[in-house]
Ligand binder design. Structure first.
Ligand SMILES: O=C(O)CCC(=O)C(=O)O
Ligand SMILES: [Fe+2]
Length: 277
């Protein structure tokens, strides 16, 4: 069966007058968490999809799913706007810079993204060794630091600043799904909650945090065919309690979908990685 032409998702930021913003939820504290040293950013597809297992422990996911079910979720209409992906789920969207900062800095995410994004690589992989003279060591360390900083910006599309304050909560019940689409990059002005700074920024990767398991409901990625692999197999990620997934979006976004849930409920917290423009 030919694949339907993927649409864009509708993730354009929707600046709304202050007065129409729902009040920010009184999110439960992000505790307990696993020690960051127990967590890893594992590449599923190098440079495209990363997974963090147990990003949120099961007890916290349970607290969140029950907290979120009390929020005023709205069912997205089955009839999308022109050029928008068909999506049927219940969702809640809020601008909450403080929560975005807690998810970033109050968990292992910042450390994994900014310091441990290259754990799977050879630790000496940055730069060639140019001799073992002791006086060269400092210089080599500097060069390694610079190479790492370069790799950081290359991986994330710029200097990571934090998460998009546009927080989206999805609940998919039996029969609900998100049809094939790709996620767009958005520009924004990043304003850390605790300061008056304004930094020109853009989103480069999608963050999905699964709070539940369910049957069906996999997030499925469709790699582009290449000459060597004309029929690449789809890559399916089954929702897992506490799993975080990061995937590249914008120009190099892979077409993907949220498969229909066939049993249970799939709960997802969605944000995006924000980098300096
Ligand atoms: O729910 C999913 O599995 C996918 C969600 C998604 O693709 C999106 O939020 O853009
Ligand atoms: Fe998406």
């Amino acid at each position: 069966m030919p694949k339907p032409k993927p649409k864009k998702s509708d993730q354009k930021p929707q600046p709304q007058p202050q007065i129409r913003q729902p009040p920010t939820p009184n999110w439960p504290p992000l505790r307990p968490l696993l020690p960051p040293t127990d967590l890893h950013l594992n590449p599923l597809v190098h440079d495209q999809i990363y997974l963090i297992r147990n990003f949120l422990p099961a007890s916290l996911c349970k607290t969140y799913a029950s907290f979120l079910s009390a929020l005023p979720l709205t069912t997205t209409p089955g009839r999308p706007k022109k050029d928008e992906a068909v999506r049927v789920n219940d969702r809640f969207q809020v601008e909450d810079a403080r929560f975005a900062e807690n998810l970033w800095g109050g968990t292992a995410l910042r450390e994994l993204v900014t310091e441990r994004f290259d754990e799977d690589e050879d630790v000496d992989g940055y730069g060639e060794e140019v001799g073992s003279e002791e006086e060269q060591e400092g210089k080599e360390e500097d060069e390694n630091e610079q190479a790492k900083a370069h790799k950081l910006r290359e991986t994330w599309g710029g200097q990571p600043l934090g998460l998009n304050p546009n927080i989206r909560i999805y609940r998919y019940s039996k029969g609900q799904f998100f049809a094939q689409h790709y996620d767009e990059s958005n520009t924004l002005t990043y304003r850390p909650a605790s300061t008056s700074k304004s930094i020109p920024a853009r989103t480069t990767w999608t963050l999905l945090i699964y709070l539940t398991t369910c049957t069906g409901g996999e997030t499925v990625f469709y790699p582009d065919p290449t000459r060597e692999t004309p029929n690449p197999p789809p890559i399916a990620v089954a929702p897992e309690v506490g799993l975080a997934l990061l995937h590249r979006h914008g120009d190099r976004c892979m077409v993907h979908e949220g498969r229909e849930v066939t049993g249970g409920e799939k709960w997802v917290v969605r944000s995006d990685l924000v980098v300096a423009r």
